[in-house]
Design a protein around this ligand. Structure first.
Ligand code: NAG
Ligand code: NAG
Ligand code: NAG
Ligand code: NAG
Length: 289
């Protein structure tokens, strides 16, 4: 970009353009709105404040003294799928703003930088500054606008850790981790805490989904596992204790229960049989009497 500006072709174009504009009638100084070179996008953490810098000048202005000028400044917020939102207006010396919005420099000033405080995720978007200047006779001296993109980032909220599966020797389980809020989306990392520290990587770790897959469990894999959710502006963590049991497997437990039930059934049957038999014997005895 910078090298392009210095290229001979661009310089030639510039000379041509300047040449033409000086031929233009009235040869008025041209209003130019500036933002810092190379700055088009600002990234700020939620809750913080930001200054969107912008100032204007007149190209080819002769007198450097303070000319009397009537200034109109407007800052708009453009968001995809939403109506244009005017966040600040300075018209005829009157300033009106939305909460948390102000100008950095007291008016009138050629520096029309915007300050935004208590930023929220919903303040993200394209901020367009529009400046219009008239001279003291009310003759238009020029208009210009510039846009800066603001991206409000959110550090990951504390994630929650979950275990999928039954941790028993020889089985597989998955440890899941999910942060409810993060912008951009959090990436996840699983670690095992000391004394048996261990860091996990793909393929057992899915850094996007936050899952850690542990196969063929052994008792030595028991311990505290920590998940870290992180993005550009922060991190948060949760942990969980994995206890790999050596106890009988689910199938074995189920089998034992079924076995017991059958046993009870048989027992009940025997009791019934015995009662019947003893009743029959009693009746027989009564008959004999
Ligand atoms: C205008 O104000 C902003 C914010 O205070 C500052 O960063 C910028 O350098 C100023 N511009 C000029 C030309 O002084
Ligand atoms: C555990 O994972 C291994 C390897 O992926 C697989 O072969 C096995 O069937 C899995 N065991 C269970 C109980 O799902
Ligand atoms: C599971 O682990 C045991 C001992 O740790 C090993 O003997 C066995 O081969 C492993 N099974 C699989 C499928 O990897
Ligand atoms: C696990 O989390 C609890 C609270 O969430 C915390 O008090 C504890 O220090 C953590 N343990 C480890 C090893 O990080």
């Amino acid at each position: 970009m910078v090298s392009l500006l210095g290229s001979p072709v661009i310089n030639l174009l510039r000379v041509l353009f300047l040449g033409l504009s000086t031929l233009a009638p009235a040869a008025r100084a041209q209003l130019e709105l500036h933002v810092p070179p190379g700055l088009t996008r600002l990234q700020v953490v939620e809750g913080a404040e930001v200054v969107l810098p912008a100032w204007y000048s007149f190209r080819g202005e002769v007198s450097s003294g303070k000319p009397r000028e009537m200034l109109t400044v407007m800052w708009f917020l453009e968001q995809e799928g939403k109506d244009l939102n005017q966040v600040l207006a300075y018209i005829s010396g009157v300033l009106s703003t939305q909460p948390g919005v102000s100008l950095v420099h007291t008016m009138p000033s050629r520096n029309v930088s915007l300050r935004l405080q208590g930023l929220q995720e919903k303040d993200s978007g394209y901020y367009r500054c529009s400046v219009n200047v008239q001279d003291s006779q009310g003759i238009n001296k020029g208009h210009s606008s510039k846009t800066l993109e603001l991206n409000v980032l959110v550090p990951p909220a504390p994630p929650s850790c979950h275990l999928l599966g039954v941790p028993r020797v020889g089985t597989n389980v998955t440890l899941n981790c999910m942060s409810p809020r993060s912008k951009p989306a959090a990436q996840y990392q699983w670690e095992r805490s000391p004394p048996s520290s261990q860091v996990f990587f793909a393929p057992v770790l899915d850094a996007i989904r936050g899952s850690l897959s542990l196969k063929n469990l052994s008792t030595s894999m028991s311990g505290v596992y920590i998940c870290k959710a992180h993005n550009e502006v922060g991190s948060a963590q949760c942990n969980m204790t994995l206890e790999v049991s050596t106890g009988p497997g689910a199938a074995v437990v189920a089998g034992a229960v079924v076995g017991t039930l059958i046993g009870l059934g048989v027992l009940a049957g025997m009791v019934l049989l015995y009662e019947r038999r003893s009743k029959a014997l009693e009746e027989q005895a009564n008959d004999i009497k």
